[in-house]
Write a protein that binds this ligand. Structure first.
Ligand code: ADP
Ligand code: ADP
Ligand code: ZN
Length: 228
């Protein structure tokens, strides 16, 4: 796989159920391609921590495992995509999550003349996802993602990247996890067909170990990016 690759306008969307490994893969892809990882979940959690108006609006939905309203999140993403660091491309992690969000994204990208390169679906068995989310730990400061068994930090309970104390997310409790999986099946899973219909879908087996998933994504992207 080697070093970073020169990327000209790589515009990516990552799809998959909660716990599929989107954030984990996004961190690695973002470094490899030199493009920002735009995680709507991270943006919303930071807003909740900061006590902003956005955080105040989003918190009750997040704690219940429901989606925040489309009109709230679409504005956030549109503004973020206008920032200078998105000039060489970007990686959306956790957005879009509904068909109206996907349609809004298409409109914004058409306006920017920056069409999507691909939508990568990280497919994982629902049983596996529950186990992954129950043992997930995250850094409240830099948003790094760990797993007690599969990706433990070097020092227990401490973020490798920034030294902050790791936490279990409020919504990574079993009953909220179940609700989030239901919401995924109803509202987000239709996006797989949406992007397949536009010939943008790349499906990868998210049940493999982390490095193997990353390798499969890069291999499949290589084919698409080179064609462009
Ligand atoms: P996960 O990584 O486990 O799939 P996220 O961090 O992406 O979870 O999202 C956490 C919560 O933030 C969601 O359950 C939802 O309440 C809210 N959220 C994040 N992204 C969106 C979005 N695109 N639309 C609506 N709600 C969102
Ligand atoms: P998502 O962003 O899709 O909700 P995460 O990237 O946060 O998913 O991963 C969920 C949990 O599973 C984390 O604890 C992460 O360390 C772990 N994980 C991610 N990818 C894998 C994998 N391929 N195999 C095993 N565990 C994984
Ligand atoms: Zn950290």
């Amino acid at each position: 796989m080697g070093g970073r690759r020169e990327a000209e306008g790589v515009q990516l969307v990552l799809l998959g159920p909660p716990g599929a490994g989107k954030g984990t893969q996004a961190e690695m892809l973002s470094q490899f391609y030199g493009i920002p990882q735009i995680s709507t979940g991270n943006i919303l959690r930071a807003a909740v921590q900061a006590g902003s108006e956005l955080g105040r609006q989003a918190q009750k939905y997040m704690n219940a495992g429901q989606l925040v309203p489309d009109e709230v999140i679409i504005g956030v993403v549109q503004e973020r995509l206008g920032k200078p660091d998105c000039a060489a491309g970007f990686l959306l992690d956790g957005f879009p999550r509904t068909v109206p969000q996907a349609e809004a994204l298409d409109r914004v990208l058409a306006e920017m003349e920056r069409p999507l390169t691909a939508a990568v679906e990280v497919a994982v068995d629902p049983e596996e996802v529950v186990e992954r989310l129950s043992l997930r730990r995250t850094c409240p400061q830099c948003a790094a993602v760990y797993h007690l068994k599969n990706k433990p930090p070097r020092q227990p309970g401490v973020c490798d990247a920034c030294g902050a104390a790791l936490v279990q997310r409020e919504d990574d409790r079993e009953e909220v996890i179940r609700k989030r999986l239901e919401v995924y099946a109803q509202q987000t899973a239709p996006l797989v067909d949406y992007y397949a219909g536009k010939k943008l879908l790349l499906k990868v087996d998210g049940g493999q170990e982390i490095g193997a998933v990353q390798a499969e994504i890069r291999r499949k992207l290589e084919a698409v990016v080179n064609k462009a």
